[in-house]
Design a protein around this ligand. Structure first.
Ligand code: DX5
Ligand code: ZN
Length: 219
């Protein structure tokens, strides 16, 4: 579980060319991070199920769907059925996170739990055995291109201690402001899975940007 995963976020890509943008990082990236926002849980609107279903046919990259939506219990399994490798929903939006995780795993997907900027991780540590991934936001969820908040890495450190001491099989993903100058600190804090939007799709050569991020994270 020590191999780093780099997941470019298509939120920063050209939405008129999603298939091409996904293929641009094939061979360099491990997963494609797909941000689903519903204008309720966060004050922004991106893409939903029909786009994920269509995009699934356009690339070989596993999809890491990040649901920033209200009522994930209603929708999460639909993303699993659309072929997502991993489906992550927000702890703040879920009344019974473990039930959703079980449904996701039963549908053949991995289950991820996301913790937004203002949510403490401690209240969720005991739920982690039911999950395959913990996403710790390093910004406030809702928009790409925000400045990385290094103080949020304390949550990564706490989760890493808990996961290692319990010998849990779980990835720790960071999302928000991850770039050349911040990714090493994330790795050092204990993250092994890195979402990068602007740092990848804002670069002239997205695949080269992914390779550089991986090299820096590895140290
Ligand atoms: C924001 C999304 C992120 C976003 C990150 O809420 O969850 O995945 O794409 O973008 P950057 O890497 O530009 O901060
Ligand atoms: Zn995201």
């Amino acid at each position: 579980m020590s191999d780093n995963v780099i997941a470019p976020s298509i939120l920063a890509a050209d939405f008129a060319r999603l298939a091409d943008e996904a293929r641009a990082v094939e061979g360099a990236a491990d997963w494609l991070h797909v941000d689903v926002m519903d204008y309720h849980f966060v004050p922004n609107l991106t893409i939903g199920l029909p786009v994920v279903q269509s995009l699934r046919k356009a690339t070989t990259l596993p999809f890491d769907c990040h649901l920033m939506i209200a009522d994930p219990a209603r929708w999460a399994v639909d993303y699993a059925n659309a072929g997502a490798y991993n489906v992550t929903f927000h702890a703040e939006a879920a009344t019974d996170p473990v039930a959703i995780a079980k449904d996701l795993r039963a549908a053949g997907s991995r289950a991820g739990l996301a913790i937004d900027r203002d949510t403490a991780v401690e209240g969720y540590l005991e739920l982690l055995p039911h999950f395959d991934l913990l996403l710790i936001m390093t910004i406030k969820a809702g928009f790409g291109g925000q400045a990385f908040m290094p103080q949020l890495l304390d949550k990564v450190r706490a989760a890493r201690r808990y996961i290692d001491s319990g010998h849990l099989e779980l990835r720790i993903e960071v999302d928000g402001g991850v770039a050349d100058d911040t990714i090493y600190a994330c790795a050092e804090a204990g993250a092994d899975t890195f979402v990068a939007g602007t740092a990848v799709y804002g670069a002239e050569d997205p695949a080269a940007a992914v390779r550089k991020l991986r090299a820096i994270a590895t140290g």
